[in-house]
Ligand binder design. Structure first.
Ligand SMILES: C[S@@+](CC[C@H](N)C(=O)[O-])C[C@H]1O[C@@H](n2cnc3c(N)ncnc32)[C@H](O)[C@@H]1O
Length: 275
């Protein structure tokens, strides 16, 4: 399915970003939820990790285009990506895409670099806490799952004990501010069922996630550096917005797209000196 000719190994290595975008842009929309500029910002942030010779361990919640860019880094540096998403078929699609692309390019076994866990990230016995049982130290995480503070901060709290000094924490939809219920998503699905929209509960508004996350990180780490990212420099010119404009304008009407705060859609921090 994805067995295209992407160029020779040398050509791909000479322009890795073009290769990564080539793979992303052929994904079906339901597995391609982040803009190209955010995808490349993840790629750039990964390249700033100071691994001191260690193999990187990466954690992701919510699979999709992000999985490709994260797995590419893990394979390139003989590291490991753990991804959580209860949507098993989505994980299977990405496994097939990555087999035809990254595996061919890196000539390495997928199973040795990607552990996909088709389950809820919060689960005690199969969620993020198993990183402790696996004795992992995490260098980079990207959270993009249910988009409520409850789930997001819950994920961060579960990964927190295993983060390395100097790790990078990054999040999608950092401009959302739902405390416990993702009203926009629920109303989109209710709309399809011809049900009337629910009102946003009065206790459902928190600070935008980028503030909530930074506050959490400051309660656990002595040094929390908010990172400048390439997304903020490039997102306005991103082809992704125009290419998916029909679907995005409908999402905007249903309040799933927070267009007014697009600059904070992606945010990241480097942490060190655990308190
Ligand atoms: C917006 S999509 C992820 C997009 C993806 N990062 C990309 O780059 O295209 C959100 C995903 O989070 C998953 N999800 C929702 N709640 C979750 C949870 N508690 N744990 C893990 N995954 C979850 C959903 O199944 C869905 O596939």
């Amino acid at each position: 399915m994805y067995d295209f000719w992407f160029g020779s190994r040398d050509e791909i290595c000479a322009n890795e970003e073009r290769y990564l975008l080539f793979v992303k842009r052929m994904l079906p929309r339901w597995s391609n939820s982040i803009p190209d500029s955010e995808y490349l910002a993840i790629h750039h942030a990964l390249s700033t990790l100071d691994l001191r010779g260690r193999r990187p361990v990466i954690v992701e919640t919510g699979v999709g285009a992000s999985t490709i860019v994260l797995l590419n880094f893990a394979m390139k540096h003989d590291g490991l990506l753990y991804s959580w998403d209860p949507n098993g078929p989505k994980g299977a699609l990405l496994r097939s895409v990555c087999t035809d692309t990254l595996v061919t390019h890196h000539q390495k076994l997928l199973q040795q670099h990607w552990k996909f866990v088709p389950y809820n990230s919060h689960s005690v016995h199969l969620g993020l806490p198993i990183l402790g049982e696996l004795d992992e130290t995490v260098d980079f995480c990207f959270f993009d799952s249910e988009h409520t503070r409850e789930v997001l901060i819950g994920e961060l709290a579960r990964v927190s004990p295993f983060l390395s000094d100097g790790a990078i924490v990054s999040i999608d939809d950092a401009n959302y501010s739902y405390a416990h219920t993702n009203v926009a998503y629920i109303n989109m699905q209710r709309r399809k069922l011809n049900l009337s929209p629910i009102a946003n509960p009065s206790d459902n508004t928190c600070e935008p996630f980028f503030r909530e996350v930074e506050q959490f990180l400051r309660s656990t780490w002595g040094q929390v550096e908010y990172l400048e990212d390439s997304y903020k420099r490039t997102y306005k010119d991103d082809l992704f917005w125009a290419y998916f404009s029909s679907d995005r304008s409908v999402m905007g009407r249903l309040e799933m797209e927070k267009a007014e705060a697009l600059e904070h859609r992606f945010d990241s921090w480097r942490i060190s000196e655990r308190l």
